[in-house]
Design a protein around this ligand. Sequence first.
Ligand SMILES: O=C(Nc1ccc(C(=O)N2CC(c3nccs3)C2)s1)[C@@H]1CCCN1
Length: 144
Amino acid sequence: MSSKRMKGVSIARPFYYGSIAYPLNGKKASDADHTHKWTVMVKGLNNEDLSYYVKKVVFKLHETYPNPLRTVESPPFEVSETGWGEFEIMIKIHFHSSTAEKPVMVYHHLRLHPYEDDINGQPWPKDKPVMSLLYDEFVFNEPT
Ligand SMILES: O=C(Nc1ccc(C(=O)N2CC(c3nccs3)C2)s1)[C@@H]1CCCN1
């Protein structure tokens, strides 16, 4: 493959972002009110290493969290916390200068609770995690 970047070509790279939340079910947390532990993340498909083109990811948590702006400069690009509620998390993905791409900003609504009962109508098991992951693609455009 030519090492010279071909003009007028777009390259799409898949990734997903979102959260996985686990009920604490009374287990220890930094704060007695915290009912869940959760992780918000940006991942490549099949655990692809995004650091080939992602330089860092900034997660902006709710302002009540200490140091709400969390910068992650190496994979895994994720932040784990405990808490009691659901809120919007801003995620800003920065690329290596070699890609000459502007940062990408996405918003994720942290989910701790399932939308409804389990798929077969049973109540959601109290220790079952809640995943909310969305698929997207970075599109790198070659200069024309
Ligand atoms: O929940 C919601 N907003 C939330 C903001 C922050 C939340 C949270 O969980 N935590 C703050 C964090 C800490 N507090 C002190 C030390 S760390 C643990 S929840 C909204 C309002 C109702 C519906 N959604």
